[in-house]
Design a protein around this ligand. Structure first.
Ligand code: SF4
Ligand code: SF4
Length: 268
């Protein structure tokens, strides 16, 4: 579905923006039905993981362990979970059933975008700070040029993409900032681990906040903590602020007085 690195030739090298027209219609009556759900390279965003781990009533650590492998976001060295395909002959998606997608209402953003690819994950223009898109044309997919023409923006709205992108906004901005720095400055392993926990393993981050020295070090409003205790999306906002503060020094979190001077902050 999301073209893997060795199949980037399926990406049509035309840069689209939100006002560009596309015509595409998927249907269970097409002979290609569910072919796109095999050997797929599907990255999972923070919003996807929260939705899915809650759907399965799992801790995010357990969900990541069972369903994902590790990938890297191009031109950033930043880690990203990738949905593990089954080890059957077709290498099919673990959520694929005879009738189609068993998690359709909660399907990942990558699946919602298809046949669009979001430019930020591709090396189409690594210097760009604006999101843009490309069409993926896989030979088996028969949905192209079917149905009514809509704009990319309309497509995003009908697929429920815009709502999820809003949740992912802080994560996306971190990626774009890292991209603008360039990979010639390597990221320490510990920084990658912090990014991974803060963006994807939200239950581990919650334990880090409430069960480590975190609250001795950082001044966090009680109202923020109360909300984040039970709301994963609120916890994601806190984790993104913490990453912005620790990576870039953005003044979105305050250190407690005794930690303001010197290099006393130790996050573990
Ligand atoms: S039209 Fe494309 S997206 Fe739809 S089922 Fe066929 S291969 Fe998959
Ligand atoms: S999550 Fe659903 S739509 Fe996406 S690849 Fe798997 S079965 Fe297909």
């Amino acid at each position: 579905m999301f073209a893997p690195k060795d199949r980037q030739e399926v990406i049509v090298p035309v840069r689209l923006d939100e006002s560009s027209p596309i015509a595409f219609q998927c249907s269970n009556e097409l002979s290609c039905f569910t072919k796109c759900c095999r050997e797929a390279h599907i990255i999972l965003t923070p919003a996807d993981i929260i939705k899915l781990k809650n759907k399965f009533n799992m801790d995010s650590s357990e969900f990541l362990y069972i369903y994902t492998g590790l990938g890297t976001i191009e031109n950033t060295e930043l880690p990203v979970p990738v949905l593990k395909m089954k080890e059957d002959a077709d290498k099919s998606c673990p959520f694929l059933v005879k009738e189609g997608c068993a998690i359709y209402e909660d399907r990942p953003l990558t699946c919602r975008y298809y046949p669009l690819a979001s430019g930020m994950f591709y090396n189409l223009d690594s210097s760009s700070k604006e999101n843009f898109f490309a069409i993926i044309k896989e030979p088996h997919c028969m949905g192209h040029d079917l149905g009514e023409e809509v704009t990319v923006k309309e497509w995003m709205n009908t697929q429920g993409i815009s709502v999820l992108e809003k949740i992912n906004k802080g994560w996306t901005e971190l990626i774009l900032r890292r991209k603008s720095i360039g990979t010639f400055i390597p990221i320490p392993e510990k920084t990658k681990q912090m990014f991974f926990m803060g963006c994807y393993n939200i239950d581990a981050f919650r334990r880090f906040v409430f069960e480590s020295k975190f609250l001795d070090i950082y001044e966090i409003k009680n109202s923020v903590l109360d909300n984040a205790k039970t709301d994963d999306y609120e916890m994601l906002k806190l984790s993104i602020d913490w990453l912005r503060f620790t990576f870039f020094g953005d003044p979105v979190i305050t250190l407690k007085e005794q930690y303001v001077e010197g290099d006393m902050v130790e996050n573990d």
